[in-house]
Design a protein around this ligand. Structure first.
Ligand SMILES: NC(=O)c1ccc[n+]([C@@H]2O[C@H](COP(=O)([O-])OP(=O)(O)OC[C@H]3O[C@@H](n4cnc5c(N)ncnc54)[C@H](O)[C@@H]3O)[C@@H](O)[C@H]2O)c1
Length: 257
């Protein structure tokens, strides 16, 4: 077996369509020598159908990151397919409609709590659930959208991402002694199902089209997926708590640029 991830066993969450960033991660990982186990949420038959489009059909395990029983049994259920994990990919985000699109001042706590549980706390929950299968050299990778700034329409999802970015640093702190790394890829806007649920998402699309120094293709998940693969590989052995921007360079610009 050859390739960047030769022999690596990965758990990849977040596939719902073949546009999902996680789908590109799973496809590229397989093409680069990894064995991939997917988790699916809710529409399991859809995820299973999409999983068959991978170069190698991948097993799909059910995981709702808000379900304590499913988290508690995750390691045993993954063990039915692989004897350990070298990497875990968190590609999960959700916020109720009230939390997005400009309603920042009105979103009720119950909805904000859901956004934070699914999009922020779950990064820790997933890592801890997978921990019994992991050992030194392992890596956890998640996806963020630059949370150092307030964006129009992103609202509570932006707050959830700021929390995710912090949670990744704390995970790096708490898992470092086990030799396990935690890093995030900060992606530019991509046309996925999650993105379509954000009213006004086209404002991001227009901004990136106009300003990203390298240009930006809204339908190309591969650059973000490649960065995930790199962070899962043995080529970032001393990097943890880091955020790698895959956004065409947008984050590097000042507001008046
Ligand atoms: N699309 C973008 O523009 C963009 C940019 C930067 C970061 N991201 C992030 O990338 C990640 C993947 O999103 P995507 O854009 O590929 O969209 P997507 O809709 O394809 O993936 C989101 C996934 O989250 C899963 N999910 C939602 N609630 C869940 C729960 N309770 N338990 C388990 N899974 C649950 C969905 O099933 C889905 O597979 C998210 O964290 C998202 O915020 C996306």
């Amino acid at each position: 077996m050859s390739g960047l991830l030769a022999g690596k066993r990965l758990l990849v969450t977040g596939v719902i369509t073949d546009q999902s960033i996680a789908f590109s991660v799973a496809r590229l990982a397989q093409e680069n020598g990894a064995t991939v186990v997917l988790t699916g949420f809710g529409r399991m038959s859809l995820v299973e159908r999409i999983a068959k489009r991978l170069p190698e059909p991948a097993p799909v395990i059910e995981l709702d990151v808000t379900d304590a029983d499913q988290l508690a049994s995750l390691a045993d259920r993954v063990r039915e397919h692989v004897d350990g994990l070298d990497g875990v990919v968190h590609s999960i985000g959700f916020a109720p409609a009230s939390c997005l699109g400009g309603g920042f001042l009105d979103a009720p706590w119950e909805d904000v709590a859901t956004a934070l549980q699914v999009s922020t706390y779950s990064y820790k929950s997933l890592a801890v659930a997978a921990l019994p299968l992991m050992s030194a050299g392992g890596a956890v990778v998640g996806l963020t959208f630059d949370a150092t700034k307030a964006w129009p329409v992103y609202d509570w999802m932006g707050v959830a991402k700021a929390g995710l970015e912090s949670a990744s640093r704390y995970l790096a702190l708490h898992l470092g002694s086990k030799g396990i790394r935690s890093n995030l890829v900060s992606a530019g806007p991509l046309r996925t199902m999650a993105a379509k649920s954000i009213p006004g998402f086209e404002r991001f699309e227009d901004a990136w089209a106009e300003r990203a120094p390298l240009g930006w293709v809204l339908t190309d998940q591969e650059p973000a997926a490649r960065a995930c693969l790199a962070l899962l590989s043995d080529w970032f052995p001393a990097t943890t708590g880091e955020i790698v921007h895959v956004d065409g360079g947008y984050h590097a610009l000042g507001a008046a640029t």
